[in-house]
Design a protein. Structure first.
Length: 208
């Protein structure tokens, strides 16, 4: 015994094809032993680097939270149904296995960047296809009204998506280490929503 609770994280299934460092590459997933939280990173490349996601995942695991980490295979660009600004040629998407992986978890953390008109549509795309409640991390400021305006369900208002946005943390800068105060904020919000979700699950089970 060393005074800590160990966690078992299954290794990624293999090397991805996209640019990135180590094993956290395009189309890979690191599974935790329990399906509590999944951190979803956009595909690595010159703009989206999963460095902050790895730091956030490590911090959450250090606090005893079971976190899987998924790096999307087609996480670049914007969805086909998003307004096209500047003629983006890359289309954002989710594979069936990625949808299945997210849906296995109680809470999703969706890590995005600094162009609000891109990532709000990515969030809508994801939450149209999954039922898992989500916390959005972004570099630029965003609030619930930005998502509600395009039909995303939030903790404040039902929309068109089965998945619901429950919280937002901004100021997570791409390529840069995540400040401790932001890590603390993420941990606090993840713990809060896991507790709420688990209490709702218990209440639902007792009614059956």
């Amino acid at each position: 015994m060393i005074g800590r609770e160990p966690q078992l994280v299954f290794c990624r299934r293999g090397q991805g094809l996209g640019l990135g460092g180590g094993l956290a590459q395009r189309g890979t997933i690191g599974r935790a032993l329990k399906n509590d939280v999944i951190a979803v990173a956009m595909s690595p490349g010159s703009r989206h680097v999963p460095k902050p996601v790895c730091e956030i995942t490590t911090e959450l695991r250090d606090k005893g939270i079971n976190v899987s980490e998924l790096v999307l295979n087609a996480g670049d660009g914007t969805p086909a149904d998003a307004p096209q600004m500047g003629g983006h040629g890359v289309v954002f998407g989710l594979e069936p296995r990625e949808i299945e992986a997210i849906n296995r978890h109680k809470l999703a953390i969706l890590h995005h960047g600094n162009v609000k008109m891109h990532f709000i549509y990515k969030v809508r795309f994801v939450l149209k296809r999954v039922k898992t409640p989500a916390i959005v991390l972004s570099q630029c400021p965003a609030d619930f009204s930005d998502f509600e305006a395009i039909g995303v369900s939030t903790i404040r208002k039902d929309g068109e998506t089965p998945g619901k946005l429950v919280d937002i943390v901004s100021g997570i800068i791409r390529h840069e280490s995540c400040p401790q105060e932001k890590l603390n904020e993420i941990v606090a919000k993840v713990r809060k929503w896991l507790r709420i979700i688990e209490e709702e699950e218990k209440a639902s089970a007792s009614r059956k």
